[in-house]
Design a protein around this ligand. Structure first.
Ligand SMILES: NC(=O)c1ccc[n+]([C@@H]2O[C@H](COP(=O)([O-])OP(=O)(O)OC[C@H]3O[C@@H](n4cnc5c(N)ncnc54)[C@H](O)[C@@H]3O)[C@@H](O)[C@H]2O)c1
Length: 318
């Protein structure tokens, strides 16, 4: 079995590769990654203890490389993306190039190479702001920033391939994902790295924006649950009930260092648009037997320790 993981040297991708290496140690696992600032081959070290990992360094916008990499593949798991909302307010065209054009090029390569199973990773942010309650998979797509707009546009390409070619794609839309190996630009690792380097936590706006959190190992398990048991041409939310405001996250991280949040938080200018809350129902994936097993609360001490040991990797962080 040949399994290609785009973005496999990134955060979520590397956790998926960990799970693949453990579950299918005899498969040919191919990481296809451009190694942007967010990708790091050291993220594959755990998986490499369990299985051989082949690495193709390249861009998913490169058509001939996509075809060569996907030749005779049995499964494509597509996680590669420009993934940070804040960056998307600056260089949004790069988001459209990788997230939309890159997805299109990959799907076209899969079509020519007859890849029989494709898992496309999307985000709960495509629903836009959900001030209360939960979006289900049929809820309207209403993105509010260039990142989520590019992810929504990629979903439209998927939809077109479903309708036109009955392309064997399944899609997942995840909550915020947390865990080790996340580049310190997202809220949890950047706050940990700031405190490790003696700096205050820059909290957007009033800190009241709410997010739900799923651990990276749980998200990887969700992806594989959908690959193994999900229906083709179907979408599955990956969601938890663990919801925190950004201020609560900042306070939890301060607590790990024994710091009083009042002394360690700097309120900074908000994003041009900052969704107050996202919320999804995960009933559909729960029916396949997936439930989250981990929590920010329980995992935070180990995550802080990981950044204490490995923070040197991110010399140019933030
Ligand atoms: N992190 C989250 O909280 C979260 C939540 C929901 C959904 N997602 C989605 O999950 C996926 C992975 O997110 P992440 O947080 O792991 O991202 P990440 O930024 O940590 O990793 C992205 C990876 O993609 C690679 N990449 C970027 N552009 C590429 C290109 N043109 N060609 C090949 N490789 C390229 C990078 O080198 C990196 O290894 C994304 O599709 C994202 O939209 C993430």
């Amino acid at each position: 079995m040949k399994i290609v993981v785009t973005g496999g040297a990134g955060f979520l991708g590397s956790h998926i590769v960990d799970l693949l290496a453990e579950t299918y140690p005899k498969a040919q696992i191919v990481v296809f990654d451009k190694l942007t600032y967010a990708g790091d081959l050291r993220n594959l070290e755990d998986a490499e203890q369990k299985s051989k990992i082949d690495v193709v360094v390249g861009d998913i916008c490169d058509q001939s490389l996509c075809r060569r990499t996907l030749s005779r593949a049995d499964l494509l798991i597509h996680t590669a993306a420009e993934s940070h909302v804040d960056n998307s307010f600056g260089n949004s065209l790069e988001f459209t190039t990788t997230n939309v054009l890159g997805t299109h090029v990959l799907l076209e390569a899969c079509r020519f190479e007859n890849v029989p199973r494709i898992l496309h990773v999307s985000t709960d942010e495509v629903y836009g702001e959900i001030p209360s309650g939960s979006a289900h998979e049929g809820s309207p797509i209403m993105p509010t920033n260039p990142y989520s707009a590019s992810k929504a546009a990629a979903e439209m390409i998927v939809h077109g391939y479903w309708k036109s070619y009955k392309a064997p794609i399944t899609m997942v839309r995840g909550n915020n994902i947390f865990g080790i190996r996340q580049y310190p630009e997202k809220i949890i690792p950047i706050f940990i790295m700031k405190l490790l380097s003696g700096q205050k936590l820059p909290l957007h706006g009033n800190g009241k924006n709410q997010r739900h959190y799923v651990s990276a190992p749980d998200a990887a398990r969700a992806v594989m649950t959908v690959v193994e048991k999900g229906e083709l041409m179907q979408t599955y939310n990956i969601g938890s009930n663990e919801e925190y405001s950004n201020l609560e996250i900042a306070s939890m991280i301060c607590a790990q260092f024994g710091y009083d949040p009042k002394d360690w938080i700097d309120y900074v200018a908000d994003r041009p648009y900052n969704d107050i809350r996202y919320g999804v129902t995960a009933d559909r994936i729960s029916a396949l037997g997936w439930v989250p097993k981990r929590s920010v609360k329980d995992d935070l001490p180990a995550i802080v320790n990981w950044y204490k040991k490995n923070g040197y990797r991110y010399s140019g962080f933030g």
